[in-house]
Design a protein around this ligand. Structure first.
Ligand SMILES: C[S@@+](CC[C@H](N)C(=O)[O-])C[C@H]1O[C@@H](n2cnc3c(N)ncnc32)[C@H](O)[C@@H]1O
Ligand SMILES: Nc1c(NC[C@H](O)[C@H](O)[C@H](O)CO)[nH]c(=O)[nH]c1=O
Ligand SMILES: N[C@@H](Cc1ccc(O)cc1)C(=O)O
Ligand code: SF4
Length: 352
């Protein structure tokens, strides 16, 4: 099993194989996207054991942005030439309009899209879709169609964590299970909404569970392609767990504050080898492993350096040290220093 290799020389060979495959599949060019995160609230009814972002209503540090604040952030993003807004939030049962969660989320979408129709709105994880459906007693399809028709362009494949119900019962016992995550992502593809895919790694999961996670992503992509769905998975992003300020239960069990870069790189390489031609775009998270780590990951199978983000709260609140904003020039310099060329892309990996 590749993931169980501990010797540095053996790991290096796995990395080189992934790097070669990356080169063959997508060439040497490294892409980036100019985007802005907007986390509209951190008030959340759930209590995931890795999450330092969530707050109860009224608790210290709880926030809930107004429409005006959201427009201000989007305006600033457009001034900085952003093509994408990435929007996710806590699951806040108070976030309703005329008694409906869907109305509130649709208003989030139209707030941005009416003002800036050219912006690509990448928003709402499968967990958020399930939350709206449950609150309003709607089907997942009803929710996705309504948001899509209001202007939602694509969805983050977050909330995947590790697609293993045993792991989920420990790290996110209140979250949707594996089957529901897969169902909602596949439904989005069939309804013409592209998604990304992620894995929250480096906590309690074992290598068999990591491989099984990748296998399920592969299967999802096969379903989208074989059924000729109008959308599919655009990229894979490894999200290494940051434990420093995460809830003590998980932090102490994992026993470390920051991700181990060497392990992240090995999994980066194995993900490239394993997902193969089905998911050709791979992105590291500079928020979680730093720009230095992201540059390394570009030698271990990644071909994209991610987004400018402009602000980041979720893992920064967990103690991530990678920063919250990367200027375009910084991303380009990082790519150039590897002897590779850079290219701006949009959310769907079309070159700009
Ligand atoms: C915070 S949620 C926001 C959307 C929504 N509340 C949900 O859970 O789907 C987005 C993702 O952030 C990631 N995340 C949260 N805390 C993290 C941590 N301490 N380290 C690394 N990733 C983390 C998880 O993968 C999670 O699915
Ligand atoms: N790695 C992180 C991301 N990545 C997502 C990208 O920025 C972008 O939205 C995607 O590639 C679609 O174009 N976003 C975060 O908020 N935090 C990360 O750590
Ligand atoms: N917001 C997620 C990262 C993310 C965002 C959008 C994506 O499509 C994928 C990953 C985090 O901080 O962990
Ligand atoms: S990961 Fe998402 S659902 Fe879980 S507690 Fe954090 S904000 Fe809430």
């Amino acid at each position: 099993m590749l993931l169980n290799q501990t010797e540095q020389e053996v790991r290096a060979i796995i990395g080189q194989s992934a790097d070669k495959l990356r080169q063959k599949q997508v060439g040497d060019r490294v892409t980036y996207v100019i985007n802005r995160n907007i986390n509209f609230t951190n008030i959340c009814e759930q209590h995931c054991n890795f999450c330092a972002f969530r707050r109860d209503e009224g608790e210290d540090g709880a926030f809930w942005l107004t429409r005006h604040q959201i427009i201000e952030k989007a305006t600033d993003a457009v001034e900085k030439k952003a093509t994408e807004i990435c929007m996710q939030g806590g699951l806040n049962p108070q976030a309703k309009l005329q008694g409906k969660s869907l109305n509130y989320y649709q208003e989030l979408v139209t707030t941005i899209k009416q003002e800036f129709p050219q912006l690509h709105l990448h928003a709402f994880s499968p967990q958020e879709i399930q939350f709206i459906a449950r609150e309003d007693n709607l089907s997942y399809g009803d929710v996705i169609i309504a948001l899509r028709d209001s202007g939602l362009d694509s969805m983050p494949g977050t909330a995947a964590e590790v697609l293993d119900n045993k792991v989920r019962r420990v790290i996110c016992p209140e979250k949707i299970n594996t089957e529901t995550w897969l169902e909602i992502i596949s439904l989005a593809h069939s309804l013409g909404v592209p998604t990304t895919s992620t894995m929250l790694c480096g906590h309690i999961e074992n290598s068999r569970q990591q491989i099984n996670h990748l296998m399920q992503l592969k299967q999802l992509q096969k379903i989208a392609i074989e059924n000729d769905y109008p959308a599919k998975i655009t990229e894979f992003i490894l999200l290494p767990f940051v434990g420093q300020d995460a809830p003590k239960s998980l932090r102490n069990r994992v026993g470390r504050d920051q991700p181990i870069l060497e392990d992240t790189l090995l999994l980066t390489a194995v993900s490239r080898l394993f997902l193969g031609e089905l998911i050709p775009n791979h992105q590291p998270s500079w928020v979680k492993i730093g720009l230095h780590g992201a540059k390394e990951a570009l030698k271990w199978g990644c071909n994209d350096i991610g987004g400018t983000l402009m602000e980041e709260h979720i893992t920064t609140m967990a103690g991530a040290t990678g920063g919250t904003y990367m200027a375009v020039e910084t991303l380009r310099e990082a790519i150039k220093s590897l002897g590779r060329s850079y290219q701006q892309r949009n959310t769907l990996y079309e070159l700009l």
